[in-house]
Design a binder for this molecule. Structure first.
Ligand code: SOE
Length: 390
């Protein structure tokens, strides 16, 4: 059993999310010894500005460093598959940002490859680790709400509202065909499945492109950054989903409804859910993450503070601070990586990992592919889980 302080990590991708990984790893005491960027020049510039560790020239060079135990992949979606394989083949434990790959064929192969390599494998559905998401899930799965009937909510942002907003996520060759649904809808769909313990079995989806033409600079624009009107802007016709409305059917009979949008003015990173049971409900809003509303029919509703002394016993160990010391988005990475590195420190995945694995990443791709097909064919589409990795 190693101590976290004896473990070494490398990070692929030094954009918004890559730096969030580095910060969280430093908080749990894991040394980040190397990074790789889209180009060595960009990585060196970012490393200089953000006090990042050594820049490696390539993924292969980072994977070849025998001192590194774990590699985090926070690069654009289109290179996840090849980078995960390179790291698995080098015997590394792997934490990959969602989506795990751009197709479920690729993700099925990565599930099998991680299993045969016997290494810890995680997909960064970090939003599960908001303490009140963990609490809501414990209540739903433990019968505290009665039978779970209806799950609703949304994931709304506005950073792609303007026609001058730009990012690699808008480029199908880098991000894949689905955009808002793959980027943030996948988080909400994973939360619904995780909290209820029910798989999504059928979907009916309507996707829409509200910004048909965008104007962007020639070079890359970092996530959540804005483009100046003074740049030399290039016009680009768009076809990926700015927003989506998705109806859901779950494996134990529950129904659901989710709104996904990256063009909702004023919604910066707004996740909401309500889980309605036959006896009670829970509802939550990510921009006020410490509070969980518990709804009742025959008695007053309750407003519960995130508080390790009040939380379900399965939740308390993942809470970092006492009640009232608000925990937010960055803390979800810390809590998730603490769970992942407990397995890394033991040398292998536990029988029931407390974090989302490649299997969860594969399931997310099966669901989002069904969403894309439903929107194309304008009908309910069932998710086929036969024949895939078990
Ligand atoms: C951009 O939409 C983004 O950075 C997503 O890619 C992340 O997964 C989400 O957690 C925050 O917003």
């Amino acid at each position: 059993m190693k101590k976290y302080s004896e473990l070494k990590a490398g990070v692929l991708g030094v954009g918004f999310i890559g730096v969030a990984h580095i910060e969280a790893l430093r908080r749990i005491g894991v040394a980040v010894v190397g990074v790789v960027g889209s180009t060595p020049e960009r990585a060196r510039a970012k490393a200089e500005a953000a006090d990042l560790p050594t820049v490696y020239e390539s993924v292969e060079a980072l994977a070849a460093d025998e001192a590194i135990d774990v590699i985090h992949i926070a690069s654009p979606n289109n290179v996840h598959y090849e980078q995960v394989l390179a790291c698995l083949n080098a015997g590394k434990h792997v934490v990959c940002e969602k989506p795990l790959a751009v197709t479920s064929e690729q993700s099925a192969e990565l599930v099998a490859a991680a299993r045969s390599a016997g290494v810890v494998n995680a997909v960064c559905f970090n939003l599960r680790f908001y303490p009140n998401v963990l609490q809501a899930g414990a209540m739903a799965r433990n019968g505290k709400l009665g039978k779970v009937n209806y799950i609703t909510g949304g994931y709304l942002q506005d950073w792609l509202l303007l026609d001058t907003d730009w990012n690699w996520r808008l480029v199908p060759e880098e991000a894949g065909e689905l955009r808002a649904v793959a980027d943030i809808g996948s988080h909400w769909l994973d939360l619904a499945r995780f909290m209820t313990g029910q798989d999504v079995v059928e979907v009916m989806a309507d996707l829409h492109t509200f910004v048909p033409v965008r104007r962007h600079p020639a070079g890359p624009v970092e996530t959540f950054a804005t483009t100046s009107e003074d740049d030399d802007l290039v016009e680009e016709p768009m076809s990926s989903d700015d927003a989506a409305s998705i109806m859901l059917r779950f494996s134990d009979g529950a129904r659901g409804l989710v709104a996904v949008s990256q063009v909702s003015a004023g919604r910066k990173n707004s996740i909401t859910f309500e889980i309605d049971g036959s006896e009670s409900s829970v509802s939550w809003f990510s921009e006020n993450p410490d509070m969980l509303t518990i709804g009742h029919r025959g008695r007053p509703n309750e407003l519960m503070h995130r508080d390790p002394s009040l939380a379900d016993p399965s939740v308390a160990p993942h809470i970092g601070y006492p009640g009232g010391h608000v925990e937010g988005y960055p803390d979800t990475f810390r809590a998730m990586f603490a769970a992942v590195y407990a397995d890394v420190a033991s040398g292998a995945p536990s029988a029931e990992p407390e974090y989302p694995t490649f299997k969860d990443g594969h399931d997310a791709l099966l669901v989002t592919e069904a969403v894309a097909r439903s929107a194309r064919e304008q009908r309910w589409i069932a998710i086929d889980r036969q024949g895939g990795p078990t």
